[in-house]
Design a protein around this ligand. Structure first.
Ligand code: GDP
Length: 444
């Protein structure tokens, strides 16, 4: 998980002061020593660590905190506020042009995740901002990159503009923008060439593309796992080319978090999105405050709710409610529900966003038993359509057959049937209560 080490250290340190009714200057100093150590260990830029510790100390030693009734809690709040500030304060949204198309340039070194992120970003902008993206393959030096983008486009059912490797990147970009206008595609996302290092030639090419039409956003894609190297790359790109924001990839594998905590402060450019996995839906908007909460073990319920909202289909939810009400919920609906929960991502990742989850011993290594979900699915798949809609017909014989067909035991089948019955009973009670509530509301 991202920030694992830092989270553990900071939470441990803050836990010790949290409940204190009185806090001395020495207490604060001691605490700040630990905070400094935790940040350095997380590979945060040294200057950034110094600035952070100074700010928190000054505020924490202030009279209003020391004399307050809950100095410990106030200090925790100060650390959270300053962590939020460090990562940019407010969420930084994508800037769209008043006049279409919006042009977004994706830049970065090879292997950072630029091509994958180009697809992920288009997917997010389509889903959340209702945009119509056009992906542009302008990395002509790596033919595989063009293929890769085309494959991603296919997977996401998004159009990809490519001209092979014989046309210059600038010309490709120019034609792509024209093409987008003709096709009424309002967001052009250009996947530019990557290099192993920042070099003159690359910068010149990027500047030429940028001279074509001033992009609305220039997003630098950097690999969070490379820590301070990522921050240095960001600084170079910002000085040589000018960027408008950073997308940090592979945060899912970054246990330290140094890049995420330093990049904003060093470059003064906001982190706009973070990559949380290889899959094409694993790109999240970056919210400094939520991330700070997560680091401090205060949970991240908002991201969780958002995840649920994007993955759960409104229409389906309405249908389901109707089924609850009319008692026509079947095992097929149950399967559908399981599928939606699964789409939200690995269950252990979801669990970690809950407040206090960090303190549950062993959770960091816990793999939620997803095989249990697999078993449930297998059982339902082994039922006949009649059994799925009318589970009452499932007698002992049928139970045996289903267990055999799904490679489970009769006990597993019994358990699921019982759960399903209980669920239906609960729904009945709930809808009865709702109906009563509604009737009452109508009385004069
Ligand atoms: P490019 O050379 O910068 O275009 O990089 P690619 O898009 O080809 O990505 C390089 C590798 O990083 C691929 O294997 C991606 O699947 C992987 N990758 C990209 N973003 C993420 C992420 O957020 N998390 C993880 N775990 N892997 C990622």
């Amino acid at each position: 998980m991202a920030f694992e080490g830092l989270a553990e250290r900071l939470q441990g340190t803050l836990q010790r002061v949290k409940g204190k009714g009185k806090l001395s200057e020495a207490d604060v100093k001691e605490m700040m020593r630990e905070v400094r150590f935790a940040l350095i260990e997380a590979d945060v830029n040294l200057k950034v660590v110094k600035g952070f510790v100074k700010k928190v100390s000054e505020r924490a030693i202030g009279q209003d905190v020391m004399n307050s009734l809950t100095p410990g809690q106030q200090v925790v709040k100060i650390v959270k506020d300053e962590l939020t500030e460090l990562m940019g304060g407010e969420q930084s949204k994508v800037e769209f042009a008043a006049k279409s198309p919006t042009v977004i340039m994706m830049v970065g070194l090879q292997g950072a995740g630029k091509t994958t992120t180009t697809g992920k970003l288009a997917n997010v902008l389509r889903k959340k901002n209702n945009r119509k993206p056009l992906l542009v393959a302008a990395d002509i030096y790596r033919p595989a990159a063009i293929k890769q983008l085309e494959t991603i486009g296919k997977q996401l059912s998004l159009p990809v503009f490519s001209k092979g490797t014989d046309v210059s990147p600038v010309e490709i970009a120019r034609q792509a923008i024209e093409h987008a206008k003709e096709e009424h595609l309002d967001t052009v996302i250009i996947d530019t060439a990557g290099r192993l290092h920042v070099d003159e030639e690359l910068m010149q090419e990027l500047k030429d593309i940028r001279a074509l039409k001033e992009p609305d956003e220039v997003f630098l894609v950097v690999d969070a796992m490379t820590g301070q190297d990522a921050v240095n790359v960001a600084q170079s790109f910002n000085e040589l080319l000018g960027i408008s924001g950073v997308i940090l990839t592979k945060l899912d594998g970054d246990t330290r978090g140094g890049a995420a905590l330093s990049v904003r402060s060093v470059t003064e450019k906001p982190i706009k999105f973070v990559g949380m996995g290889e899959k094409l839906d694993a790109l999240e908007a970056f919210y400094p405050e939520r991330m700070a909460s997560r680091i401090l073990g205060m949970g991240d319920m908002l991201s969780l709710i958002e995840k649920a909202q994007t993955n759960i289909d409104e229409e389906k939810a309405k249908e389901l409610e109707e089924k609850f009400r009319t008692q026509s919920f079947t095992f097929d609906d149950f399967l559908d529900q399981l599928g939606q929960v699964k789409q939200m991502g690995p269950l252990d990742e979801i669990l970690k966003m809950m407040p206090g989850a960090g303190k549950i011993k062993g959770l960091e290594n816990a793999k939620v038993d997803e095989s249990q979900m697999g078993r449930v699915e297998a059982i339902i798949y082994s039922m006949t359509p009649q059994e799925k809609t009318n589970p009452e017909v499932i007698n002992a014989n049928r139970r045996r057959r289903i267990a055999k067909g799904s490679g489970t035991t009769i006990q597993d089948v019994n358990r699921l049937l019982k759960q399903f019955e209980d669920m239906k009973k609960m729904m009945k009670q709930m809808s009865n209560m709702n109906q009563k509530g509604k009737k009452k509301g109508k009385m004069p």
